[in-house]
Design a protein around this ligand. Structure first.
Ligand code: NAP
Length: 453
């Protein structure tokens, strides 16, 4: 297994739960810490979702599962290395990069990917710690997915509201000193097309320290016309139940007058970014020019020609994640996934690549919630088990992974190593008088924990 996020671990779980084919699973990860986006993607204040780590932990502690940390596929080990040490390889590497908006000014200082901000508040060790100074009063977050809502919520919370979470101390201190007062959320389509889900929307609307401003005219939609053929407006057709719930919550919010709370979140539907403006000379973000949008009769998004400028000093694009090609593995550069048939990797001619499988976001794209990976993994495992006799024939005598790692001179960590980091994070929380865990941040802190505890 390449990747120890939910997709990789659920796949290992499905493999080891069955009795038909006896097997053992190595779960490799570039990092010495397991759980992928459960650790480095779920927002620190989403404690219930983070609790999934307890289920994933049980899988890593299964006697037939081994966690091998600190080993990168493509950098440390190649496909050929794994082909001689394993009967099958499942790539569960997720979607490692952010998508771009494709507007001028996107590379200006102060224009950043929400995924970088997520990495920052989740304490990803590759983070650049000084990237988020939060020294501006207004910020725009572009996109209407759950990641955008996470980012907006963290920006709109006070440090006190986050102190009990596992957010790294350095990030908490920056948030405590944050000058951000207004966060604009930009959705290029309407409230019924937003990708975020009701629980996340409710979390945003429940922020005690921020007024969430929904413009009544943007949600002034008669719910009885939604999703019916009678609706003449294309944006009201083909609307999911989840979208109706969002609409209800947004309509209720639109009726609540702002209470003068210290922070403000403004939702802008039908608004798309056009250009990120830079300060003369210094080249830092000084504004975001946006255009109002609407749907044409065929349901396509079009600009209205109505432009405005938001006075923001920072723009966070939260317009989705994309998969990264894996060395020696076929890749669909349009869909940013690995082509497959029920989890079996396919080459450019559509033939099955024997022994190669995919699971999770690299298989289906960056959609769904953590639990979606369970059924996704089950599909891949079904295919793999069907192929088991052929796979055994193809590699009758696999070389132990340790030998391959030794031949390559690769230092790596194991599950015990992760437990040392885990213990260090609990100790760090106790030292700071903060909750159960505070994430260590940076590679040095990880190395120290791996060596010392
Ligand atoms: P997402 O759900 O795909 O949302 C991306 C958003 O970006 C959409 O609103 C999309 O609008 C917009 N967008 C795309 N390109 C754009 C552009 N060029 N300009 C302006 N807007 C653009 O992606 P995500 O928020 O990154 O989430 C990824 C997955 O993780 C989702 O399945 C999500 O539910 C999941 N997740 C779940 C949780 C949770 O359960 N708490 C938390 C975080 C993430 P259009 O619809 O118009 O394309």
């Amino acid at each position: 297994m390449i990747g120890s996020g939910p997709a990789g671990v659920y796949t290992a779980d499905a493999l080891t739960r069955q009795r038909r084919v006896p097997l053992r699973v190595d779960i490799l990860d570039r990092l010495p810490t397991p759980y992928g986006l459960v650790r480095y993607g779920v927002a620190p204040d989403h404690l219930k979702i983070k609790g999934v780590a307890r289920t994933l932990r049980r899988v890593l502690e299964h006697p037939d599962v081994r966690f091998v940390g600190g080993v990168g596929f493509g950098t440390d080990l190649t496909r050929a290395d794994l082909a001689r040490s394993h009967h099958a390889v499942v790539y569960a590497t997720g979607a490692g990069v952010d998508r771009r908006m494709g507007v001028p000014g996107e590379d200006l200082p102060g224009s950043l990917a929400a995924t970088d901000f997520v990495n920052w508040y989740c304490g990803h060790p590759d983070n650049e710690w000084d990237r988020f100074a939060l020294d501006t009063e207004e910020v725009a977050v572009v996109g209407a997915g759950n990641v955008a809502l996470d980012v907006v919520r963290i920006l709109a919370k006070t440090a006190d509201e986050l102190r009990h979470t596992d957010i790294p101390q350095a990030a908490l201190e920056v948030l405590a000193a944050s000058r951000v007062r207004t966060v604009h959320l930009l959705a290029r389509r309407g409230p019924l097309q937003a990708k975020f889900t009701a629980p996340e929307l409710r979390d945003l609307l429940a922020l005690p320290g921020a007024d969430v401003v929904v413009r009544p005219e943007q949600v002034d939609i008669d719910p009885t016309t939604v999703g019916t053929d009678r609706a003449e407006r294309p944006e009201l057709r083909e609307v999911s139940r989840a979208a109706r719930t969002n609409l209800r919550l947004l309509r209720e919010q639109a009726e609540r007058p702002p209470e003068g709370r210290p922070r403000r979140v403004e939702l802008h539907f039908w608004t798309r970014p056009e250009e990120i403006l830079g300060q003369q000379g210094q080249g830092r973000v000084s504004g975001l020019r946006v255009e109002r949008t609407r749907m044409d009769a065929d349901g396509r998004l079009e600009g209205t020609g109505e432009h405005t400028v938001l006075d923001v000093g920072m723009v966070l694009r939260s317009v989705g994640y994309a998969g990264v090609p894996l060395e020696g593995v076929p890749f669909d550069s349009d869909g940013r996934t690995v082509p497959h048939d029920r989890g079996r990797v396919l080459d450019a001619e559509g033939r099955v690549v024997s022994g190669d499988y995919v699971a999770g976001w690299i298989k289906r794209g960056a959609t769904g919630v953590i639990g979606t990976n369970k059924s996704d993994a089950a599909g891949t495992v079904r295919a793999l088990l069907e192929d088991a006799p052929k796979l055994r024939e193809a590699v009758p005598d696999p070389v132990p992974l340790e030998r391959v790692l030794d031949e390559r001179g690769l230092a790596h960590s194991d599950y015990e190593g992760w437990l040392r980091i885990d213990t260090a994070e609990a100790g760090h929380a106790a030292e700071l008088g903060r909750g159960e865990r505070v994430k260590l941040h940076g590679w040095d802190a990880y190395r120290k924990a791996l060596e010392e505890n």
